[in-house]
Write a protein that binds this ligand. Structure first.
Ligand code: SF4
Length: 464
C-alpha cells in the first residue's frame, strides 16, 4: 500500500478535537453504500454525524470519477466545501472515493485545502485517518482497491429504511474500452452469500421492504468463486426473508444474464419484473470497438426471452453516443433499436474521453458538437417513447411502495411501482391520501407524463 504522510503548518488542525462530521456522497448507488459504511464506522467510533455542512468540524466528500462531468462535479463540491473552512466550523476536508483513487496525488498537489486523501480500498480506515488529522497530520492512503465489506461492517442507511441498496460484489473484470472502473475499483469480487444474507436480515430488522441488489455487474455474481452459488440462488435465499416484499436487481450485463436467471426472475414472486441492463450500443461494430464483443444479436435475443418469460417486464438501459468512430449509419442503428425495443427507461450519455482508457487513444474521436447533436436526437426519441408508455398505463392498478412526501410539497406523496427504481426512473405522485413512508398499497394511474405518473390510492373495492 502506498501510504505517505505529509506534515505542513498549513495543515495543523489546532487543539480542538473533531467531533461532528458531515459527509457528501456523489455518484452512483455503489458509492452511496460506501458512504453509508463510512458513516457507520464514524458513528461507531463516537463521532456525531450532521447533515449541515456549516456545523461540521470535518467534511468528507466521497467523490465520483467515472466520466468528465462527474469529475467536474466532484471538484466543484470540494471547492464549495472548502469555503466552510473560511466561514463555518470546518477544520478538516477529507476527500475519498473514485476521483481520489484516480487522481489523489494531483488533487493534493493542486488543492492545499484538502487535509486527507483516501482511495476506494481504504474507506474502512476513516476513523484512524480522522485521528491523524486531529493530530495535525495530512494522511494519504491510496493503495490497491482491495476493501470488501462484510456483514460486520457498521452501516448507517441514509435512503430511508424501507428501501435499501445491498452491494453484492465489488470491482469489475470486464474490459470495456471507455471505462476506468476496473482500474479504480479492482477486479470483480463477489461477497459470500452468508455475508449478504446476514446483512439483509439486519436491514429487514430495521424495516427494509425493498432490497436493491447492486454491483458493477450483478448477473456475474458468484462466477469469480468456483463452485459458489450465483445470483438465482442468492435471490431465492433473500426471498425467504419474510419482511422482504420486493427484490430489485440493478446493473445486469448481457453476456452474464443466464437462462437460470431469467427463470428465477419470472418465477420468484418477490423479484420485481424490472431488468436494468446497460447495453451501451446496438451496432455490432461499435460494440466490438467498445470491447463488449459482437453481442448485438445476443442483446436482441435476450430482450425477446425476457419479454417472453415476463410479458409485463419493465426494461431500463443506458447507451453511449459519439463513441470514437461512430458513423451516422451506426448511430442510426442505435435509434432504430430504441424504436424497435421501446425501453421503459433509458439513460443516454455522450462518450467521455477518459484518460488512461484504451478508447481515449482511438484516433477517430467524434467532435463535441456531433456528440451533442446525437445526444439530443436520441433523447427526444426516447422521451416520446417513455411518454407514450406512461400514457398507456392510465387506468392500470399497480402495487406501489410509498417513498414519502414529494420534495416540492408536503401535500403530495411520491411512490414507486415495481417498474420504477429509485433515483433513476420517474415516480408516481399521489394527492388523494396520506400514508406513511414504506407503506405498500394499490394505486390507480390517472395521468402519464414524460417521466412521471400521477395516481390515486384505492381501497379494496377499487374506490379512491
Ligand atoms: S462492465 Fe464495462 S462499463 Fe461496466 S464497469 Fe465494467 S468495464 Fe466499466
Amino acid at each position: 500500500m502506498a501510504e505517505r504522510e505529509a506534515l505542513s503548518s498549513k495543515h495543523q488542525i489546532g487543539a480542538k478535537a473533531i467531533k461532528t462530521v458531515g459527509l457528501i456522497s456523489l455518484g452512483c448507488a455503489k458509492n452511496l453504500v460506501d458512504s453509508e459504511i463510512m458513516l457507520g464506522s464514524l458513528k461507531k467510533a463516537g463521532y456525531d454525524i450532521t447533515d449541515a455542512a456549516w456545523e461540521a468540524d470535518a467534511i468528507i466528500i466521497n467523490t465520483c470519477g467515472f466520466i468528465g462531468p462527474a469529475k467536474e462535479e466532484s471538484i466543484d463540491t470540494i471547492l464549495e466545501m472548502a469555503e466552510y473552512k473560511k466561514s463555518g466550523r470546518c477544520r478538516a476536508l477529507i476527500v475519498t472515493g473514485c476521483l481520489s483513487q484516480r487522481y489523489g496525488w494531483e488533487l493534493l498537489e493542486e488543492m492545499p485545502e484538502i487535509d486527507a486523501m483516501l482511495g476506494t480500498g481504504q474507506l474502512d480506515q476513516l476513523p484512524q485517518v480522522l485521528e491523524k488529522v486531529n493530530q495535525g497530520q495530512r494522511p494519504v492512503l491510496l493503495g490497491q482497491p482491495q476493501f470488501d465489506y462484510d456483514a460486520g461492517a457498521p452501516r448507517l442507511v441514509t435512503t430511508g429504511s424501507h428501501s435499501v441498496y445491498l452491494k453484492i460484489a465489488e470491482g469489475c473484470s470486464h474490459r470495456c474500452a471507455y471505462c476506468m472502473i476496473p482500474a479504480i475499483r479492482g477486479p470483480y469480487r463477489s461477497r459470500s452469500m452468508e455475508s449478504i444474507i446476514t446483512e439483509a436480515e439486519e436491514l429487514v430488522k430495521q424495516g427494509a421492504k425493498e432490497l436493491i441488489l447492486i454491483a458493477q455487474d450483478t448477473s456475474a455474481y458468484g462466477k469469480d468463486r468456483p463452485g459458489s452459488p450465483g445470483l438465482p440462488e442468492l435471490l431465492r435465499e433473500l426471498a425467504k426473508l419474510s419482511g422482504v416484499h420486493w427484490l430489485r436487481v440493478l446493473y445486469t450485463y448481457p453476456t452474464t444474464f443466464s437462462e437460470g436467471l431469467i427463470e428465477e426472475f419470472s418465477t420468484n414472486p418477490k423479484v420485481c419484473h424490472y431488468v436494468d441492463i446497460p447495453l451501451q450500443h446496438a451496432s455490432n461494430d461499435v460494440l466490438v470497438r467498445m470491447g463488449r464483443g459482437p453481442v448485438a444479436d445476443l442483446q436482441r435475443r435476450l430482450i425477446g426471452r425476457l419479454r417472453e418469460a415476463m410479458p409485463d417486464v419493465a426494461l431500463r438501459s443506458s447507451f453511449i453516443v459519439g463513441f470514437p468512430g461512430e458513423t451516422e449509419r451506426e448511430f442510426q442503428e442505435l435509434l432504430d433499436f430504441l424504436e424497435e425495443i421501446r425501453f421503459d427507461h433509458v439513460g443516454i450519455f455522450p462518450y467521455s474521453q477518459e484518460e488512461g482508457s484504451p478508447a481515449a487513444e482511438f484516433l477517430d474521436q467524434i467532435p463535441e458538437e456531433v456528440k451533442e447533436e446525437r445526444l439530443q436526437r436520441a433523447m427526444l426519441l426516447q422521451q416520446r417513447i417513455t411518454e407514450e408508455k406512461n400514457r398507456a398505463r392510465v387506468g392500470e392498478v399497480l402495487d406501489v411502495l410509498i417513498d414519502g412526501p414529494s420534495p416540492e410539497t408536503d401535500l403530495v406523496l411520491t411512490a414507486r411501482s415495481k417498474y420504477q427504481a429509485p433515483e433513476v426512473d420517474g415516480v408516481i405522485y399521489i394527492g388523494n391520501r396520506w400514508l406513511p413512508r414504506g407503506t405498500l398499497t394499490k394505486v390507480r394511474i390517472i395521468e402519464g407524463h414524460t417521466y412521471d405518473l400521477v395516481g390515486e390510492v384505492i381501497d379494496e373495492s377499487g374506490d379512491p
